[in-house]
Design a protein around this ligand. Structure first.
Ligand code: NAP
Ligand code: NAG
Length: 339
């Protein structure tokens, strides 16, 4: 606003009876705030680039550690972080698939970076395996940790009917693995005064998801855990972020075709790595540490926040999951008949 516009505005307000003036000012303030927030979301999502990976030790011998690196989103993080100049520690269960990822990284980088593989089944909560991983991590200069490994329910199921083992596995993988691996890596990062920790999140952590209750709860845990740690280590030069994710093409999502709302792991991860330190669609929504990076996910997140009405969203998710369950059961029946 220039000086004349301000004067006109003040005259206008002065000539109003005071209740109107108050409402008018309040309205103008609300509108200005909304415009400002929307502009920040827009610029972070569509225009600006986040913190450069160099800040976390790319091309300086630092390591990137990726859990669940044999497939899907984790595999892409491993490949793109390798291409960016990190040595990569690949963690999952399937040795052959991890080896394929290591070969792809060697090919793409002309063997300018190193790779290591560590086999562990996070569902087993095996202390011996965890100790081995911790010992290995302590020998590495870890610049980036991606807590990507995750498990969801086989299909939407009411909590009362969910098999206990499935709940235990989901908690062991989504919660325990993240806590233990982060705990093994963070002290070194604090000592070196640099680091990036990315935790894979989900819209199921944002909207409580009926029929995926345990999965939904573990993702909400990760969101809060991320915010808390992010504040603890901010002054140590460490960035900790929760990557709020809608659907991505993968084995877990069981979606094979990309669309505006559903990117491939390649474009999803490329976006995440270009928005480090930003919030994008999660800006000003009371979730510090969370970033909703991919453009359509960002718009969806922001729109959901503006509209509010969570009760309605939960009910919608419930009916959606009932439908998905119905179709999954039909498919299971068809597959059984084929055999
Ligand atoms: N895809 C989506 O639409 C979507 C949406 C929101 C959030 N996310 C989150 O993104 C993350 C990655 O999902 P994704 O879609 O890429 O899944 P994915 O394609 O199924 O890959 C999962 C990875 O985790 C590993 N893994 C699974 N169970 C394991 C265990 N018990 N121990 C060790 N490693 C294990 C798998 O390798 P092995 O089989 O070799 O062990 C694989 O490398 C998860 O945290 C998920 O919640 C995904
Ligand atoms: C998670 O870790 C805790 C403590 O380390 C352990 O007591 C618990 O059994 C683990 N939970 C699962 C589901 O493995």
């Amino acid at each position: 606003m220039d000086a004349t516009a301000l004067k006109v505005w003040l005259d206008h307000v002065n000539n109003c009876p005071w209740p109107y003036a108050l409402l008018l000012s309040l309205g103008a303030l609300t509108f200005a705030r909304f415009t400002f927030k929307t502009l920040v979301v827009f610029f972070q999502t569509f225009i600006l680039s986040g913190t450069h990976l160099k800040k976390f030790g790319a091309k300086k011998g630092a390591w990137a550690v990726v859990t669940g690196a044999s497939d899907g989103i984790g595999r892409e993080f491993a490949i793109q972080l390798g291409s960016a100049g990190f040595n990569v520690l690949l963690i999952a269960r399937n040795a052959k698939m991890l080896n394929d990822v290591a070969v792809e990284i060697a090919t793409k980088t002309k063997s300018t970076v190193e790779t290591k593989i560590y086999l562990i089944d996070f569902a087993q909560s095996d202390n011996f395996k965890y100790d081995g991983l911790k010992a290995l991590l302590q020998t590495l200069d870890v610049g980036v940790l991606v807590n990507n490994v995750g498990k969801s329910h086989t299909m939407p199921t009411y909590f009362a009917e969910t098999v206990e083992q499935e709940n235990a596995d989901i908690v062991a993988i989504n919660v325990n693995a993240t806590i233990r691996v982060t705990h093994a890596v963070l002290p070194g990062m604090i000592q070196r005064k640099r680091g990036l920790v990315l935790n894979l999140g989900s819209f199921a952590g944002l909207v409580p998801s009926p029929m995926l209750a345990t999965y939904s709860g573990t993702k909400a845990f990760l969101e809060t855990f991320t915010s808390a740690i992010a504040e603890e280590v901010r002054s140590d030069g460490i960035v900790v972020q929760y990557l709020n994710t809608y659907f991505v093409v993968s084995k877990m999502s069981k979606i094979r075709r990309t669309s505006a709302l559903i990117p491939s792991p390649t474009s999803y991860v490329r976006t995440c790595l270009s928005k480090i330190g930003f919030s994008c669609g999660a800006a000003f929504t009371g979730r510090p540490g969370t970033v909703t990076a991919f453009w359509s996910h960002a718009l969806l997140d922001y729109a959901m926040h503006v509209v509010g009405w969570k009760t309605r969203l939960i009910a919608y998710t419930h009916s959606l999951h009932k439908d998905i369950r119905r179709r999954a059961l039909k498919k299971r029946e068809r597959d059984a008949k084929k055999e």
